[in-house]
Design a protein around this ligand. Structure first.
Ligand SMILES: [Ca+2]
Ligand SMILES: [Ca+2]
Length: 104
């Protein structure tokens, strides 16, 4: 039982050890390899031949509605998650903003 519990902790720690989403190839460094992977998927969307979900990394923010249901802004403190279903300059921008960072 203890061994099973320890194996679970090891698995959880392995999952937590992944690098940020903008390190597209997850090698611990943000460099031209990541930009190149983004470029290969550029213009794609879910279902495209060159679609790569790892490249869809722009955060999606929660819209703020007024009483009529009209969007009046976005709550940047409430990130709903990554990805909007397409790879465009917003995604490449996130890689470029972190270019040169080393995480390992
Ligand atoms: Ca990388
Ligand atoms: Ca995107």
């Amino acid at each position: 039982m203890l061994i099973v519990a320890l194996m679970g902790l090891v698995t959880l720690s392995a999952l937590a050890a992944t690098y940020p989403a903008w390190d597209i190839n997850q090698d611990g460094v943000v460099n031209m390899r990541d930009v190149n992977i983004e470029c290969m998927a550029f213009g794609s969307f879910v279902g495209s031949a060159n679609w790569n979900p790892a490249c869809d990394i722009n955060p999606v923010y929660a819209p703020i509605y007024d009483d009529t249901g009209k969007i009046i802004g976005y709550d940047y403190k409430t990130i709903l998650g990554y990805g909007d279903g397409r790879v465009d300059m917003r995604d490449i921008n996130w890689v470029v903003m972190h270019f040169g960072k080393v995480y390992k």
